[in-house]
Design a protein around this ligand. Structure first.
Ligand code: S3P
Length: 444
């Protein structure tokens, strides 16, 4: 594949189309890491087949866990809570995956030998202090390179449960503490700002870990009793709403189009994007809703709208839409009026500085955009907005979501685009271009 794509034409209207979306990335990584801690064979179906997932699988293989990847399923032979085969000089490479890097550390709080955790150029810029601090409280030791990868973790025989307040709204931090708690005698107590709750749901419904969860007004309160043996399990991973969102926005912004996305994880802690788009005047509906191991799953119906309106969003939905904000910014450019979003500092801590790049790309698109205090952004939109210029998007730290958002902008808003690094989407959504082609996109 060439190292850029060219898009010169908007997608033609499409109707009565149905798409399947690959498995959820968060659930796929949790399936892999949690399976490695059970005693016996776990089988995962519809696992995402992407580079982030391969990084997670390679990491647990290095810890002595057998993984058999088949076309339609993934079998993992866990060694029990303390079943990793620790060796000297182990290096685990999480590639581009923050979730893998942060969550794998939490499974290593008992390692006899120091283990090096590293990642690619983008991951090496990301903050690991946020999980190092609580994991130190459990008793693990770190050589921590100012909180950036590569780091070394050495475990302890005498881990202890902790009290921990999670104040970033980060599911990765909350989950790291929850997973470390599994290897510790006693009760770990967590007070956390709301964030995606897949780990809680898996602990409760699948692993049957003794867990108490109370969702109060501002915080969630979680208690986990550690050292409870986890039995093997099977898990069918639903489609990823973060990946589905690219197609939701493509449909919404294109003319006279309609789309159904099948079997998507619509857990309310992930559907901030739908709530926000509906507040902007979209009419996105969930169909055929059902529960699976605590997760809400359904089909998503979306159709085009030319009457979108600006939004003045407070920060309560930020964490449940955190991976979709660049798409939401794109929609704001086609809304009547001035939209504003606040408290988005976490966006600049992702695979690239997404708030900064979002502002830069909107400006390239000639959309009036202003950064506001409080890590906010204001976007001047217009229902008739169209792009009529040449835009070149360089390879910004190979951020998969930046590549995909720009592709959607080109196909729905027009312009003449050259977008670098089509390989980046293999991180999270390897069938992205294929699905666009199936809807009739012209991409060279
Ligand atoms: C994830 C949590 C989010 C999200 C990331 C996946 C997870 O990060 O951005 O893509 O699987 O727990 P934070 O928890 O750091 O916000």
């Amino acid at each position: 594949m060439s190292n850029f794509i060219l898009i010169k034409k908007k997608i033609d209207s499409f109707k009565k189309k149905t798409l399947s979306i690959p498995g959820d990335k968060s659930l796929s990584i949790r399936f892999i890491l949690l399976s490695s801690l059970t005693k016996g064979k776990c089988t995962g179906y519809n696992l995402l087949n992407s580079e982030d997932i391969i990084s997670a699988i390679k990491s647990i293989r290095k810890l002595g866990i057998k993984v058999i990847l088949k076309k339609s399923k993934c079998e993992i032979y866990g060694g029990g809570l303390f079943g990793f085969k620790y060796k000297k000089n182990l290096v685990l490479d999480a590639g581009n995956s923050g979730t893998t890097a942060r969550l794998i550390c939490s499974t290593l709080i008992d390692t006899k030998y120091p283990i090096k955790i590293t990642g690619d150029k983008s991951l090496k810029k990301r903050d690991m202090k946020r999980i190092i601090d609580p994991l130190k409280l459990f008793g693990a030791k770190f050589k921590d390179n100012n909180g950036k990868l590569p780091i070394f973790i050495k475990g302890s025989k005498f881990t202890r449960p902790i009290y921990y307040t999670e104040n970033l709204g980060s599911a990765q931090c909350k989950s790291a503490v929850m997973i470390a708690a599994l290897k510790t005698s006693g009760i770990t107590k967590i007070k956390s700002l709301p964030s995606r709750n897949h780990t809680e749901l898996m602990f409760k419904n699948v692993l049957k870990v003794p867990i108490k969860i109370k969702n109060k007004k501002k915080y969630d309160f979680i208690e986990i009793k550690g050292k409870h043996e986890i039995l093997p399990f099977n898990y069918k991973i639903p489609g990823d709403i973060s990946s589905a969102s690219f197609f939701i926005v493509l449909t919404l912004l294109s003319k006279k189009s309609e789309l159904i996305l099948k079997n998507i994880n619509i857990n309310p802690s992930r559907t901030g994007v739908i709530k926000i788009l509906n507040m902007m005047g979209a009419n996105i509906k969930f169909l055929n809703k059902k529960k699976y191991n605590g997760e809400l799953i359904g089909d998503i119906f979306v159709k085009s709208s030319n009457k979108l309106k600006a939004i003045n969003l407070n920060s309560t939905l930020n964490s449940s839409a955190i991976d979709e904000f660049l798409l939401i910014f794109l929609v704001a450019s086609k809304c009547k009026g001035v939209s504003s979003f606040i408290k988005l500092s976490e966006l600049n801590k992702k695979e690239s500085r997404r708030l900064d790049w979002g502002i830069k790309i909107l400006k390239m698109m000639n959309v009036k955009t202003q950064r506001t205090s409080n890590n906010g952004i204001r976007i001047w939109g217009n229902n008739n907005y169209q792009i009529n210029k040449k835009i070149v998007i360089k390879n910004y730290l190979k951020d998969h979501r930046i590549f995909m958002v720009c592709t959607i902008a080109a196909l729905s808003l027009g312009g003449n685009w050259k977008i670098y690094d089509p390989n980046s989407f293999k991180t999270s959504f390897p069938t992205f271009l294929k699905s666009l082609l199936s809807l009739g996109a012209t991409i060279k």
